[in-house]
Design a protein. Structure first.
Length: 178
């Protein structure tokens, strides 16, 4: 199946991922999480949080005790840790390796944190390990990358990044795409 179609069936929607991570953050920081706490943290209405959390309870990711305190099931806890790990790795990659500005890195990693595969995130982590290894070749690579500022010539026959057109020019601005 095409990857974009699989996204539609991704069991964890972006919103669901944020609700689950919010519960984990609240539990880690305060030791408890209620629907109103999740709503406040995510800056949404209590009603909206309640609907999403009800769905997550139904799917066995979120738990609620008789005093209305929320928790995460083993699977829910796994999802939270995985999403946080992916975001952390990708953010470090965008900032440290690519030089993306922190605010933009935050926005972009937020959009893909729950979609990127563990396999790809692991490859990125491995790349970061190499970059920080102190190995002379990684130091050299880092320095050379930082100093490399040649823009694409627009000559599609010699640019390895370009196909029929210059892909960098095709990127345009994000007004429509985001
Ligand atoms: Zn996000
Ligand atoms: Zn190019």
């Amino acid at each position: 199946m095409d990857a974009w179609k699989e996204f539609e069936q991704n069991p964890i929607s972006h919103s669901a991922a944020h609700h689950i991570v919010a519960i984990k953050e609240l539990l880690d920081e305060y030791g408890y999480a209620r629907v109103s706490d999740v709503a406040r943290l995510l800056e949404i209405t209590r009603g909206s949080a309640s609907i999403t959390l009800k769905g997550l309870k139904g799917r066995g990711l979120v738990t609620e005790d008789d005093r209305r305190f929320l928790g995460l099931s083993k699977t829910g806890e796994h999802v939270a840790r995985s999403v946080i790990a992916k975001k952390t790795i990708l953010k470090k990659f965008f900032i440290d390796a690519l030089g993306v500005e922190e605010h933009q890195a935050d926005i972009d990693t937020c959009k893909i944190e729950h979609l990127v595969s563990s396999e790809t995130a692991e490859r990125v982590a491995q790349f970061l390990r190499f970059l920080d290894s102190g190995d002379p070749s990684s130091e050299h690579f880092r320095k050379a990358l930082a100093e490399f500022d040649e823009p694409c010539s627009g000559d599609t026959s010699s640019c390895p990044c370009c196909a029929e057109a210059c892909l960098v020019k095709e990127l345009g601005d994000d007004e429509l795409g985001s």
